[in-house]
Design a protein around this ligand. Structure first.
Ligand code: NI
Length: 255
């Protein structure tokens, strides 16, 4: 079976020791595509370097709401340049996070909008990180500056209202290992997303799915996310693998 991990951080320092080894192992285990996601300037550059080395890895560039520093405007100029590379498939991860940062909401919104502008200029979709900021996120996408190429709600909060709004706006919904957690209650959220709008991701090295929770996550474990979706939707795993791969190729515009 072949899988597409739509959101992983091979650029994270937790892969520093064994990055090349694990990338190749995972490819041989069936992880035929991975998008390596940037979250600040350095990790975006690193994502590009990794994508240059492996033809089955694609990459994104962006500054997450939790990585906004005093040089953010200079950094955005650099992100704009980096994002011209041909294997950059989206701007991200970008968005709003009022769980970790409550004190700079206006700045977060502005940095989010500035990056949607970059996406629109380069005709790219966006990868959205939203936490405890659902209504402001939807407001920006709907009323402030829509992204022309749409995008993905990554590690989507298991909130049916958000999912409905996101789908209405034309976005894909991506689920992570969180849906396998024992206390998660993901059924209604997963059922809400039609098969042609659903993506799977690991967000590795974080959010390790059950039964491996507690150890380092990596893209090979995306299978457990797919398995959980197949149980909830009562479809076979192969169909979930195939459909989520097709969907990821479509939104990331990969031939
Ligand atoms: Ni991430």
């Amino acid at each position: 079976m072949e899988f597409f991990d739509s959101h992983a951080h091979y650029n994270d320092e937790k892969f520093k020791e064994d990055r090349d080894k694990i990338i190749l192992e995972n490819y041989n285990k069936g992880i035929k595509y991975t998008t390596c996601i940037g979250y600040n300037l350095q990790s975006s550059k690193d994502a590009v370097d990794i994508a240059k080395k492996y033809d089955f890895i694609y990459c994104t560039a962006g500054i997450s709401p939790n990585d906004i520093n005093d040089n953010v405007y200079e950094e955005l100029d650099e992100i704009k340049e980096i994002a011209k590379y041909k294997k950059i498939v989206a701007i991200g991860e970008i968005g709003l996070d009022y769980y970790w940062n409550k004190d700079n909401k206006e700045l977060q919104k502005e940095v989010f909008v500035r990056q949607i502008e970059i996406a629109n200029k380069l005709e790219l979709p966006i990868v959205i990180h939203t936490r405890d900021a659902i209504s402001d996120t939807i407001d920006i996408l709907k009323n402030v500056l829509p992204c022309n190429k749409k995008g993905i709600f990554h590690c989507c909060p298991l909130n049916v209202e958000l999912i409905k709004e996101g789908l209405k706006l034309g976005y894909y919904i991506s689920f992570s290992g969180v849906i396998t957690f024992k206390n998660a209650k993901p059924d209604l959220a997963v059922q809400e997303v039609p098969l042609n709008k659903i993506l799977i991701e690991t967000d590795s090295p974080y959010l390790t799915p059950e039964p491996y929770r507690g150890s380092r996550n990596d893209p090979s474990k995306v299978e457990f996310v797919a398995k959980k979706i197949s149980e909830i939707k009562e479809l076979n795993l192969e169909e979930i693998a195939k459909k989520t791969t097709e969907n990821a190729k479509k939104i990331y515009n990969i031939q």
